[in-house]
Design a protein around this ligand. Sequence first.
Ligand code: C2E
Ligand code: MG
Ligand code: MG
Ligand code: MG
Length: 288
Amino acid sequence: EPLAKPFQLHDLRARLTAAAAMVLPIRESDVQDALASHQLVPRYQPKVRLSDGAPVGCEALVRWQHPSRGLLAPSHFLPLVEAGPSITPLTYQMIERAMTDLASWRQRHPGLSVAVNVSARSLDDPEFADRVWDILARTGADPSSLTLEITETAAMADTAAVAAMLTRLRIRKVNLSLDDFGTGFSSLVELHRMPFSELKVDRAFVGTMETDRDARVIVKAIIGLAHTLGLTTVAEGVETEGAMDMLREMGCDVAQGYGIGRPMTAEAFQEWLDARAGIVAPPLARVG
Ligand code: C2E
Ligand code: MG
Ligand code: MG
Ligand code: MG
């Protein structure tokens, strides 16, 4: 058995520094460094078509590959990012990275699409639509293979200008999704005001609908409303086979959740797709 190393002061100091780094608050300058050194990375969570289980694509979810704290979920840093200047560059980095990864998945699975979350604050950039269009052109991506997921537009400085800008993207076939519908700021007002093509039912309802009759009624009503408006419906937070069956019966189009797949690296998603070869669905489209 090897002898224990003699006590060394610099070891202790290094350990204390590492421990302090775990609990110290994250600062805006840390976020800027993380962006510059590409520590903010996507994980991809699969989405399947409910009618036959075919993969339709995935949602990009940001993680911070932190040098001392490990892989951090958005709840640890996104509120800070959203309050500062880094949110817009983060959005563009995520879109560019997602479209690059999509190009490689599409070599074997041509119908796939990818969704990227867009904070309302990044839409305050008047050049947002042009920047997205540049990324699509640079990556050679089909505009209809990109979905922008938006939760809250009410807080924006100029909603009319944002609506006009989003309409320019929508006309060019980029999909716009209202995320977390039914909770927080994702309301009927938003649906009415912005040119959405898709609605995501919040997991607060999806996760409880198997045991809670009211939640079930709400999910069913939301799906009906969305379809009447010509929107594609996506249920998030699908964890069980029972929820899948229930959503299929309700006519929901797409499902996403831990029961289908956890957020994973681009390489793992490629393998997940390859394991389902031959059942990739064509892009979802509804008229309207
Ligand atoms: P979201 O867009 O509603 O994403 C879904 C969240 O639910 C993700 O959490 C996902 O990991 C989690 N989730 C998925 N399936 C299940 C399930 O079956 N059960 C449960 N309990 N949870 C599930 P995550 O990755 O922590 O992201 C949280 C939120 O952070 C996202 O909610 C989104 O609003 C925001 N976000 C994530 N990535 C980005 C990004 O790149 N940019 C911006 N602006 N926001 C992001
Ligand atoms: Mg989302
Ligand atoms: Mg959501
Ligand atoms: Mg959510």
